[in-house]
Design a binder for this molecule. Structure first.
Ligand code: SAH
Ligand code: SF4
Ligand code: F3S
Length: 454
């Protein structure tokens, strides 16, 4: 049997797309190999949002090329956002690549491989006839958790961001298609779903005039599906976080008390240059409203440090907002110019050392806030969805709370179980505890396929 291996870079949308790439390859009769070295078809699902994933990919492709020289029948395929950004150039940059495809053209991988070997370099890019990856066969990494794509593309024009150029304009999936998938997942034993879109809460706007709906209504419809115990979504844009979504979050039992709400900067001047279309006050008012309306909500965020023109005063504004909102978690990024974006050619690029020094201060602040937020959970009983053995200590179990914090705990349960855990200690990123005598609920059949890789 021919075997494949998929390496995934980037965001949850790529994690979702990789499951579809795997499903498609399995439909063609390929089995999964444990490493790319052992695989006949090696796929890289790439990201190009910052420079780092580009360099990482170059290293991986170097290794794959060396192994292809030992075994010339090996097929190297490159998909995802970097492939879309480079298009045909990818074949001259990396002559060992056999096939390449953009995020909207995943199905073509099947055409090439299904037709039997690939002799010449082939590429399929472009955003005109994109298809939802969600319509392809699925290979779920975890039997109890699933990604659900609700839209593709993004209509925002954030001046630093490459995503609209490589994923295209926003297109929403029809609610009937999404709900059919969620219902099927629930009957397959999935208990937690994460709804995915580059701007997930603007979902539905482009379905007018045929369908009049919005993201809050979708949350309610998913909440009504039997068997789905937890609903998450990512990423919402602060400009589109409207009342019906807040009301749905507050009222639907399975929608988790967790929101990833990218801030990017705490300076209104920088937010304007970023074209985020909200300012500091509007963001803070939204964060306050969310904390007020959704009891015990955990707020996470993304922040970019060193956007062109960012002064010490702008950065101080970011620190002030971080302190005030007191984020439970934060992903922090050093600004990285992306060719083709407006910010890449802006004057006043911030020197690297300044970016790094600001980043250190920001990380110190976000970690100290997260540490005290997690410490405040000690003594509480948290509902945990079990993911499998702990990564650091196999005698312990690992799972996540509704607020999306990782918990390592002593207990006996299987992946997919929902159990209660008493929290006994904490760090800035994890909680530790012991399973409480009465499990919240347990699944009858033991799910398999636990994978901690993302
Ligand atoms: N659609 C998502 C963005 C996903 S990209 C959203 O709007 O929330 C994830 C994060 O990468 C962004 O939120 C941003 O913080 C960061 N990012 C995007 N472009 C970047 C760049 N050029 N340099 C540094 N960080 C960037
Ligand atoms: Fe990029 Fe902005 Fe769209 Fe997010 S909302 S994907 S940061 S353009
Ligand atoms: Fe990267 Fe593409 Fe996601 S550029 S962050 S994989 S949308």
């Amino acid at each position: 049997m021919r075997r494949y291996h998929v390496t995934t870079f980037g965001c949850q949308m790529n994690a979702h797309d990789s499951e579809r790439i795997k499903g498609l390859l399995e439909d063609l009769g390929l089995g999964e190999a444990a490493t790319s070295e052992e695989a006949d078809v090696v796929v890289f699902n790439t990201c190009t949002i910052r420079e780092k994933p580009d360099t990482k990919l170059a290293a991986y492709l170097g290794e794959a090329a060396a192994s292809k020289r030992r075994d010339p029948s090996k097929v190297i395929a490159v998909g995802g956002c970097y492939a879309e950004a480079q298009q045909e150039r990818i074949f001259s940059l990396y002559p060992d690549v056999d096939v390449a495809f953009g995020p909207g053209s995943i199905a073509h991988l099947g055409d090439w491989l299904g037709a039997g070997g690939v002799g010449i370099a082939r590429g399929r890019f472009g955003l005109d006839d994109r298809a939802f990856a969600a319509e392809l066969p699925q290979h779920g990494e975890r039997s109890y958790q699933a990604w659900v794509q609700v839209s593709m593309g993004c209509n925002s024009t954030c001046s630093y961001c490459i995503v609209p150029a490589v994923r295209g304009r926003e297109q929403s999936r029809r609610p009937g298609d999404i709900l059919a998938e969620v219902t099927q997942l629930a009957s397959d034993g999935v208990r937690e779903i994460t709804l995915l879109g580059q701007n997930v809460n603007s979902w539905g706007r482009d379905l007018l005039p045929d369908i009049h709906t919005e993201f809050g209504e979708l949350l309610r419809a998913c909440d009504a599906v039997d068997g789905i115990k937890r609903i998450r979504f990512t990423s919402p844009h602060p400009k589109d976080f409207r009342e019906p979504v807040i009301a749905a979050m507050a009222e639907c039992a399975s929608v988790c008390e967790q929101i990833h709400l990218p801030l990017q900067s705490g300076s209104s001047r920088i937010l304007k240059a970023m074209r985020r279309t909200y300012d500091r006050d509007r963001y803070m008012a939204l964060a306050e409203k969310l904390r007020d309306r959704i009891p015990d909500v955990a707020l996470g965020t993304d922040i970019i440090v060193g956007f062109p023109g960012e002064t010490e005063a702008d950065f101080a504004d970011t620190l002030a907002v971080v302190k005030e909102v007191a984020f439970e978690s934060a992903f922090t990024f050093v600004y990285s110019p992306r060719s083709g974006t407006d910010a890449a050619t802006m004057a006043d690029q911030v020197p690297h050392e300044v970016k790094i020094e600001r980043m250190e201060r920001l990380v110190e602040l976000t970690q100290s806030i997260a540490r005290s937020k997690n410490a405040a959970r000690i003594g509480r009983i948290e509902e945990v969805l079990v993911e499998g053995p702990s990564r650091t200590d196999p005698t312990q179990l690992r799972g996540r709370t509704r607020r999306n914090t990782t918990v390592n705990f002593t207990g006996s349960a299987q992946a997919g179980d929902l159990v209660d855990v008493i929290i006994e200690s904490s760090t800035s990123t994890t909680l530790r505890g012991t399973q409480h005598a009465t499990a919240s609920s347990t699944v009858a059949t033991g799910p398999t396929g636990v994978s901690g890789r993302l």
